[in-house]
Write a protein that binds this ligand. Structure first.
Ligand SMILES: Cc1cc2nc3c(=O)[nH]c(=O)nc-3n(C[C@H](O)[C@H](O)[C@H](O)COP(=O)(O)OP(=O)(O)OC[C@H]3O[C@@H](n4cnc5c(N)ncnc54)[C@H](O)[C@@H]3O)c2cc1C
Length: 389
């Protein structure tokens, strides 16, 4: 079983975590990624204790301590007055409760940690500039064709190619993700000599009718990451990194508390982007033959619980453990899907409802006890490195 040829499609958080977990369990996966190089894309991601456990399982505990931030607390604030409406203590508390820290990190730093670790174990595990096109079962296993016309034979295909997964389309036919009526803006601002008041408290979300503005520190406190959400009726632009002018952002947030509007004014225009938020309905079946899905390819979700990357990391860890515990590929895929599908689909559905917690028609009367968040529904209690598979 250990010498089976495993092709992982997509070197995002989920695909790379799957590769690391498979390596840890004695396999030699190869990850095929469409990008010609792994670059610095994206902004901040939250790593809640459940995903910290996953990253620690694949050997990244020390890297996380060095490169991720532990927020002391997270606040919900009024968008105009800046008043703190609710504060959740973090710091050592998640470690005491769940045995793992709550971190905030730049997506590019996490991506770099994952790919460096996978390449350190096997320098040939990552093949860039290979976009999956289709696959067919043959006498020799499965033959994958890439858009550059290269072909590769393998025994099992793991589709970790994100929300617009070509593997998913190949398995189940075309079905576009749904625009959810939400647009996100993200920006990175060097803390430099900006006043400390601008990031007091260091991690928080300002809530307003139909809008929210989240910000926290990454890169050891040297960079302020912000993500702002607004509702929109329609959308026709494609991609993660559509440039945004300061004017456009100030039209949305210019009359907010100075901790929001001044931060936007301090953001360099080449570091601010927007993207539309899509998701899909839960998928009943993730596996077909010897092809399976994980991460956003299986369950793309809204970011209102900060669980998109976490679910991909959990999937990746469990997938590697499922292969490690099985005598056949079919057994491994069935153990993986049985262990993961219910939880990931549940979080997908809950992430839709969570928008209402972060946007409020009447922020001054905001009452957190009326809302369920990712911690109160028990998501932090999960450890992908130890759950039964
Ligand atoms: C460029 C980028 C920037 C992002 N920025 C943010 C951000 O700032 N904040 C945030 O919260 N989330 C961001 N996300 C989303 C977040 O990283 C994911 O929702 C989450 O981590 C789930 O990870 P995933 O590995 O399943 O999917 P993804 O992170 O989307 O990774 C999928 C990978 O598959 C590759 N791929 C796609 N199609 C093919 C194909 N046909 N063949 C081979 N490879 C393919 C992609 O290039 C990508 O590397 C970003 C995603 C991307 C791709």
């Amino acid at each position: 079983m250990k010498d089976i040829r495993i092709a992982v499609i997509g070197a995002g958080m989920a695909g790379l975590t799957a590769a690391l977990s498979l390596q840890k369990n004695g396999f030699k996966p190869v990850v095929y990624e469409l990008a010609p190089q792994l670059g610095e894309v994206g902004a901040g991601l939250t790593i809640s204790p459940n995903s910290t456990h996953g990253l620690e399982y694949v050997g990244l505990a020390e890297d996380l301590k060095k490169r991720a931030n532990v927020p002391e607390a997270q606040a919900i604030m009024h968008y105009q007055t800046g008043e703190i409406l609710v504060e959740t203590k973090r710091g050592e508390i998640p470690f005491q409760k769940y045995g793992a820290y709550y971190y905030q990190i730049h997506r590019a730093d996490l991506h770099d940690m994952l790919s460096a670790k996978a390449k350190a174990t096997d320098p040939n595990c990552l093949v860039l500039d290979h976009a999956f096109s289709s696959c067919v079962e043959t006498d020799d296993g499965i033959e994958i064709t890439f858009t550059n016309c290269n072909k590769v034979s393998c025994d099992v295909v793991i589709g970790a190619d994100g929300i617009r997964s070509a593997v998913r389309t190949d398995m189940f036919g075309p079905e576009d993700p749904k625009f959810t009526g939400n647009v996100a803006y993200r920006g990175l601002v060097n803390k430099g000599d900006l006043s400390d008041d601008l990031v007091t408290p260091p991690s928080g979300v300002a809530i307003a009718p139909r809008k929210a503005f989240t910000r926290y520190l990454v890169r050891n406190g040297s960079v302020i990451n912000f993500v702002a959400f607004v509702r929109r009726d329609g959308w026709d632009e494609e991609g993660w990194s559509i440039p945004v002018t300061q004017e456009e952002l100030l039209e949305e947030f210019g009359d907010w508390h100075p901790r929001v509007s001044d931060l936007i004014k301090a953001a360099p225009e080449d570091k601010v982007f927007k993207w539309a938020l899509y998701d899909r309905d839960p998928l009943e079946q993730w596996t077909k033959g010897r092809v399976t899905l994980l991460g956003d390819a299986a369950h793309p979700m809204l970011p209102f619980m900060g669980m998109g990357a976490a679910m991909g990391i959990e999937d990746g860890v469990v997938l590697g453990r499922a292969f490690g515990a099985s005598d056949t590929i079919d057994e491994a895929l069935s153990r993986y899907e049985a262990a993961r599908k219910e939880r990931a689909n549940y979080v997908l559905v809950k992430s839709r409802a969570a928008r209402e917690r972060l946007q409020s028609d009447n922020p001054s009367e905001y009452d957190d006890s009326k809302h369920k968040n990712e911690e109160s529904i028990g998501l932090f209690e999960y450890n992908p490195g130890t759950v039964p598979v």
